[in-house]
Design a protein around this ligand. Structure first.
Ligand code: COA
Length: 172
């Protein structure tokens, strides 16, 4: 499927697609990390969840992003594509839409990824370069958005910082 056959749209918390997104996120939590249901709902309510829909309007993939108005930065929280539709440009199409939506108000997009994950190959293809550390900022943002489960996110942050196999990337 080429990028032109994919429809990218923001969904809200009432969307019938939200459960598909949560299920896809859960199925890939080994690389994405755990996000509570409440966080998926909050990102959707804030219009910070874009889905890629296929011919029969099934969810092929999604991107969730956080924003810092003060820093004028966008942070990719989750980018995920159905295994059956990988390597067909879905992630690239989602990212292009994210760029288009945020390019006027924000000065860059950041993401944190482990070097040993397949996604580490994706970011340079999308134009990302290695950046300074900013993980703490991302986690402060997530803590305020998730409304609860502060302990989990702090633990996750600690694990990532201790892993030594991760890197921060940015697109400007
Ligand atoms: C990473 C992920 C989002 C990529 O989605 P995708 O739709 O397959 O990516 P695209 O088709 O847009 O890939 C664009 C380019 O990135 C590179 N790329 C993407 N996935 C790759 C992989 N597994 N191995 C090597 N290169 C890869 C390729 O250069 C690809 O272009 P090509 O297929 O023409 O060679 C998808 O594999 C996924 O959902 N993984 C599980 C969740 C995850 O780990 N998310 C990232 C968390 S940091």
């Amino acid at each position: 499927m080429s990028g032109t056959n994919i429809k990218i749209t923001a969904i809200d918390e009432k969307s019938a697609h939200l459960q598909e997104v949560i299920d896809l996120g859960r199925a890939n939590s080994s690389t994405l990390g755990f996000l509570p249901n409440g966080a998926f709902i909050k990102y959707a309510a804030d219009k910070q969840l874009l889905v890629a829909l296929g011919h029969s309007r099934q969810v092929l993939g999604y991107v969730i992003y956080a924003i810092s108005i003060r820093k004028a930065l966008v942070y990719i929280v989750h980018l995920c594509v159905q295994p059956s539709h990988r390597r067909q440009g879905v992630a690239e199409t989602l990212f292009k839409k994210l760029k288009d939506l945020t390019k006027i108000q924000f000065r860059g997009i950041r993401v944190h990824c482990r070097r040993d994950y397949p996604a580490d190959k994706l970011w340079p293809m999308l134009g990302f370069i290695a950046a300074m550390k900013y993980l703490v900022v991302v986690n402060i943002k997530l803590r305020s958005r998730c409304g609860g489960s502060i302990m989990d996110i702090q633990r996750c942050s600690q694990t990532l910082r201790n892993s030594g196999h991760t890197r921060n990337l940015e697109w400007q």
